[in-house]
Design a protein around this ligand. Sequence first.
Ligand SMILES: [Zn+2]
Length: 317
Amino acid sequence: MKHNSKKALIITIFTLGAIILMSNTNSIGNDSAIIKSDAVSVKSTDINITKPELTAKLLKKRLKLTWSSVERAKKYKIYRSNKKDGKYKKIGIVSADKLKFSDRDFKGERKTYYYKVKAICKYNGKKEYIYSDAVKKTVYKRKSVVNGITYIDGILIANKTYKLPSNYNPGTNSKAYAAFQKMQSDAYKDGIYLYIASGFRSYSYQQSLYNNYVSRDGRTLADTYSARAGHSEHQTGLAFDINNPSSSFINTREAIWIEKNCAKYGFIIRYQKSKESITGYKYEPWHIRFLGKKLAKKVTKSGKCLEEYLGITSKYK
Ligand SMILES: [Zn+2]
């Protein structure tokens, strides 16, 4: 690291300077000399190249970065990267009196970034760069609509309140599918056979599906188990119906296994028992939604359905 070796060099120079001054004053050996040597040591800690201490706080619409000041800093540059040791892109520059910066340049989805701040200092006309340690932060906005898709706390939402655009056609989400495959192979080791009965469904497919249910059962009943076009979680590519999407699946060995284990793979049972009035759907132990491991575990542990967890509704207008 280039700036580290520079830092070491500067510290060495100051230490040497302090020793020389101290040995000089010691030879004088009076009160004023002690003050003098104190002054030197105070000064050397002041200039001591302390790197900026960076902290990041996620607010409603922005990520607020603050840091401790660096002696003799002229400016600070702020950097961001997708990977800890990846390429850092400059996202801002502020003057020495401003020890803060807000990153607003992120949209709906949850994303993990690494931030660093660099102090640009001048010592005897020479520029020195002092970096903070990298700070990792997952960013999202409380609510944001990106291309007609609603994200709450960075989570893509499709329910009776939040509709997806008819042209949103992402197909099966690859991360969700890989997570399912892992779950499937682990379940198999337990003697449980799982398969996807229904995964991604396009807007138009959902439209014909729902219309068929309405003509068979009527709109009121159909709304308790089938989503209107644009309101289906299957259109997100993040939801799967496992094995047998019917009430006969309830309490099967497979249903019990999924309930117990799916969070470990990043899934939640989306429409829980006794949450019908909140989710807007009857209990569906076969319908799982991918959230990623960390969040799925959190939501499951909370005992809340996703609407409760995020503080949102699921009701047709
Ligand atoms: Zn489903």
